[in-house]
Design a protein around this ligand. Structure first.
Ligand code: FAD
Ligand code: NAP
Length: 247
């Protein structure tokens, strides 16, 4: 059983309209980068809880989540109205297997995210794990609008720390934006633009691909990767790609 613990909101940042990060202080158990906690609010006498990936690396506090408001959703409108000093509930123990723990070392780690799926990688990238297991790490962030390209400062710090071993590729699908790729991640995979841009190809022998965010993107990307010989990674049967669908 996963108990609820009280958490205090200690920070909040709005990146764009409807797009937020919120920080908490709470006594949760140790976690592994890539795991999620549930965040809960008591609304009209009922506890509404939803899973959120932790953005902070395991060794640092405060705890942080990154989310977008779903106007018709029960949790995200009140969640985005929280301010420092307010209280929420968090599950005491993080869950999830979208981690690097069982992934075999390889040449290249591809981290593909849509929307708030970026957050989970910001936790992993600030641990030694990806850098001990892979020679290169390529993070691709697919968003609708350039205003949704959050966490520039954190990404800059990671780039400064890891130099040429790290490549960040933003992709914007609904407007032209200089310095970014244009279109969906799946289209950029199909036409080879992603690989051409970094000069590295995605192959079963050399690559592990992580997919996080929109489930339709994951479904489409999975078909593209499987057609190229990559198989799903499982704890008991190691493969070449791992997934975490948010919606
Ligand atoms: C393992 C896991 C980890 C997750 N981590 C994150 C995270 O780090 N950040 C994050 O923003 N969300 C994350 N989610 C989604 C999150 O749990 C909520 O579903 C979401 O924040 C909406 O909550 P809600 O109560 O307002 O609406 P819900 O009742 O959860 O959903 C209402 C409707 O909106 C859809 N929906 C859910 N999320 C979105 C979205 N982002 N955009 C558009 N439609 C959506 C649902 O499919 C449903 O149809 C995660 C989900 C899972 C399963
Ligand atoms: N995340 C945010 O930054 C944000 C901020 C405020 C409000 N919201 C609201 O939250 C909802 C979800 O936003 P989101 O940005 O997370 O949306 P999203 O629909 O997941 O879009 C994020 C990126 O994924 C792409 N995508 C969607 N389906 C795909 C597929 N099958 N294959 C490949 N790529 C795919 C989108 O391309 P296309 O543009 O081609 O669909 C876009 O580039 C929306 O209602 C949005 O208005 C989001």
């Amino acid at each position: 059983m996963n108990d609820w613990v009280r958490a205090k909101v200690v920070g909040k940042h709005q990146w764009a309209e409807g797009l937020y990060s919120v920080q908490f202080d709470a006594p949760i158990a140790d976690f592994v980068a890539g795991q999620y906690i549930k965040v809960g609010l008591d609304i009209e006498g009922e506890r509404i809880g939803r899973p959120y990936s932790l953005v902070n690396p395991p060794q640092s506090r405060p705890l942080e989540i990154y989310f977008n408001e779903v106007p018709e959703g029960p949790l995200t409108p009140p969640l985005s109205a929280l301010n420092p000093g307010d209280e929420v509930w968090l599950t005491a123990t993080a869950s999830g297997i979208f981690t690097l723990e069982t992934v075999a070392p390889a040449e290249t780690l591809w981290m593909l995210a849509t929307g708030t799926g970026l957050g989970v990688y910001l936790s992993m990238l600030r641990t030694p794990d990806p850098w001990e297991r892979f020679k290169r790490v390529i993070l691709v962030h697919g968003v609708r609008l350039s205003a949704d390209l959050a966490y520039a400062e954190t990404l800059n710090d990671i780039a400064n720390q890891h130099g040429e071993r790290f490549t960040y590729l933003p992709a914007v699908s609904r407007e032209n934006c200089s310095g970014t790729l244009g279109g969906r991640i799946t289209d950029l995979l199909t036409d080879g633009q992603l690989e051409t841009r970094v000069g590295v190809s995605i192959e079963p022998a050399t690559s592990h691909v992580m997919l996080c965010g929109n489930s339709a993107m994951i479904k489409d990307a999975k078909a593209i990767l499987e057609a190229r010989g990559l198989i799903r990674h499982r704890r008991q049967a190691p493969g070449h790609y791992s997934t975490e669908g948010y919606h």
